[in-house]
Write a protein of this length. Structure first.
Ligand SMILES: *Cc1c(COP(=O)(O)O)cnc(C)c1O
Length: 373
């Protein structure tokens, strides 16, 4: 039907109520956007937990070469990447799946397991893609409050699981609070979760965390068929824009996720980048960047503590400042001075660890706009 200018607006199509009610995912604001909004220049973005360093040269080279073959569809299953990951992680290839970022795998997991009325349990506040992926399917995200110290209350997570629960989502280190739970603690939680509930441990920031926390792939996959682990090349490897993540778990969980893989979703450039990133040579370079970011995180956390800020243990590539009511004001004040951070309105700001110069700028700007309460 042609649209009419006299009739009142009618909805176009009949969108699913679940989609109609969805919140939009809010990405961190680009530095350029902040520059336009505040009429400033040289803004820096510390809002999306990006790696401040470009990918290793060998990765860039591999992507450039893969570009030559872009006229041919890539391998739908990203087989060589799965094989390389399985080899590195000492798993069967059927225990590994690759997706267009771990976010895509999260959506595939929700698509595979969540029917309307089903529940997914997660500590909250946590990753903002969780509610969207669950609610898209008509499911309900059951949010279990963090403790007063911003930590996960794993007993409360266990208690929130009912016969309607299909999934438990556990980001560790958590986004946006940055603190982590040990693999031993996740194992104790898994013991109390029924076998027919899948527990996803989202380790997007694993590489930045204290290795003493443990390794759920090595320690928990052999013990729990219903536990899966997600990791990504986006953060530690600096490949956020190329979109490659992976999930390790029982072959049945992996194959359910695979059934929901959109054709050719992990594009050929992304596959080439991931494969290159898994070489020993690149691992050394990536580790140097990770070490630099961890050292800067320690420096930033110590500087904030010296200024009197009380922030939770930072195990990822960002720090969390629980500013509560002051969140929006502090965020805007920082942004007007060219430091773009990520606000969680009324709760706190998340500040990505950047280069030493970017971090100095954040610390100096913060000191000029806010003091600890
Ligand atoms: C950044 C992030 C991801 C990873 O996203 P990709 O899709 O792999 O880029 C996953 N989980 C959490 C908690 C994150 O913060």
């Amino acid at each position: 039907m042609p649209s009419s200018e006299t009739e009142p607006a009618k909805p176009v199509g009949r969108v699913r109520p679940a989609v109609d009610a969805l919140p939009a995912y809010k990405p961190g604001k680009a530095a350029e956007q902040a520059e336009r909004e505040h009429n400033i220049s040289e803004a820096i973005k510390l809002a999306s937990n990006e790696n401040p360093y470009p990918p290793p040269a060998a990765v860039v080279q591999a992507v450039a070469e893969a570009c030559r073959g872009a006229n041919i569809y890539c391998d739908h299953r990203a087989t060589v990447v799965r094989e390389a990951l399985a080899d590195r992680l000492e798993l069967d290839v059927e225990q590994v799946t690759v997706g267009a970022g771990s976010v895509a795998l999260l959506y595939q997991l929700a698509t595979a397991y969540v029917d309307p009325g089903d529940e997914v349990v997660t500590p909250w506040i946590s990753f903002e893609a969780y509610p969207i992926s669950v609610q898209t399917m008509g499911g309900t995200l059951v949010r279990v409050p963090l403790t007063a110290e911003h930590a996960f209350d794993l007993d409360a997570v266990a208690a929130a699981v009912t016969e309607r629960t299909k999934l438990v989502l556990l980001a560790t280190p958590n986004n946006p609070t940055g603190n982590a739970v040990s693999t031993a603690a996740v194992g104790r939680l898994a013991e109390s979760i029924p076998d027919d509930v899948v527990v996803l441990v989202d380790e997007a920031y694993r590489e930045f965390a204290d290795p003493a926390l443990g390794d759920p792939v090595a320690e928990l996959l052999p013990r729990f068929d219903n536990l899966a682990v997600a990791r990504t090349f986006s953060k530690a490897y600096g490949l956020a824009s190329l979109r490659v993540g992976y999930v390790m778990g029982h072959t049945e969980v992996v194959s359910a996720i695979d059934k929901c893989l959109m054709p050719f979703n992990v594009n050929g450039l992304a596959q080439a980048a991931a494969l290159a990133a898994l070489s020993d040579e690149v691992a050394v370079e990536a580790q140097a960047n990770i070490d630099a970011i961890r050292a800067e995180r320690a420096r930033v956390a110590a500087a904030l503590a010296a200024d009197g800020w009380d922030i939770p243990d930072a195990q990822a590539n960002f720090v969390w400042m629980p500013l509560a009511d002051r969140t929006d004001d502090v965020c805007i004040a920082l942004e007007q001075r060219g430091v773009v951070v990520r606000p969680f309105s009324g709760i706190g700001i998340r500040v990505t660890i950047g280069t030493p110069a970017q971090n100095d700028r954040f610390l100096a700007t913060l000191a000029g706009v806010a003091q600890p309460a």
